[in-house]
Design a protein around this ligand. Structure first.
Ligand code: IMP
Length: 190
């Protein structure tokens, strides 16, 4: 079975490809000749995943899935959420995003937060959503230099390390994206 992963992110693509059962031939957007940035104009994380998956189904008539992730901070009314990549502006600058987040949390008692990954799968006329959630808190300073995005300030619940102080394997085991991906893989392996 051919299945498109609606991403231009080569790292994500390789990570997922190595996890999938062999009967699935995973194709990237580039593989199907789609070089556009699919608009992410929904106002929820789930909505953006659905938009991207539907774009591929509607324009290429292929089975596909798409993911979207956001960081939800409780005392900021779940911001930055769907705007996580562009919290401090359209440059998608992680350092600026973290600085804005730390500033907005100054003086707040409750620093609890969670990452949420939504994966929308469109396969054989079915639409299925998988969610992966990782609870934790935003610490006051940056620690670690692995990972990306908000990893240096996100400490998952029950751990004394940030995501940026963990190996990719550790992060995948307990993290939002790994949890959602494992549900997708279990479904496709049936
Ligand atoms: P995307 O939907 O995977 O592109 O993620 C949107 C934004 O959320 C990214 O630009 C990052 O700022 C943030 N983000 C997503 N996943 C992670 C993660 O695993 N760690 C830290 N930040 C993340």
């Amino acid at each position: 079975m051919k299945l498109v992963f609606a991403t231009h992110n080569q790292n994500k693509f390789i990570e997922v490809k190595t996890m999938l059962p062999h009967h699935i031939e995973l194709l990237s957007l580039t593989d199907i000749g789609c070089n556009e940035d699919i608009p992410e104009t929904a106002d929820t994380i789930e909505g953006n995943a659905i938009l991207k998956a539907n774009y591929v189904r509607d324009n290429y008539n292929l089975n596909c899935f798409a993911d979207d992730t956001g960081l939800e901070v409780k005392s900021l009314n779940n911001a930055p959420g769907v705007y996580s990549a562009r919290y401090a502006g359209n440059t998608h600058d992680s350092t600026a995003n973290i600085q804005k987040l730390l500033k907005n949390l100054e003086g707040k008692e409750d620093r609890s937060a969670r990452f949420k990954t939504a994966i929308a799968l469109n396969v054989n006329q079915e639409e299925i959503m998988f969610l992966g959630i990782c609870e934790g808190e935003i610490i006051k300073e940056l620690r670690g230099d692995s990972g990306f995005g908000y990893d240096p300030v996100f400490q998952p619940k029950g751990f004394d390390k940030t995501f940026a102080e963990m190996t990719l394997a550790q992060k995948s085991e307990i993290g939002h994206r790994g949890k959602a991906m494992r549900q997708l893989i279990a479904y496709l392996s049936k």
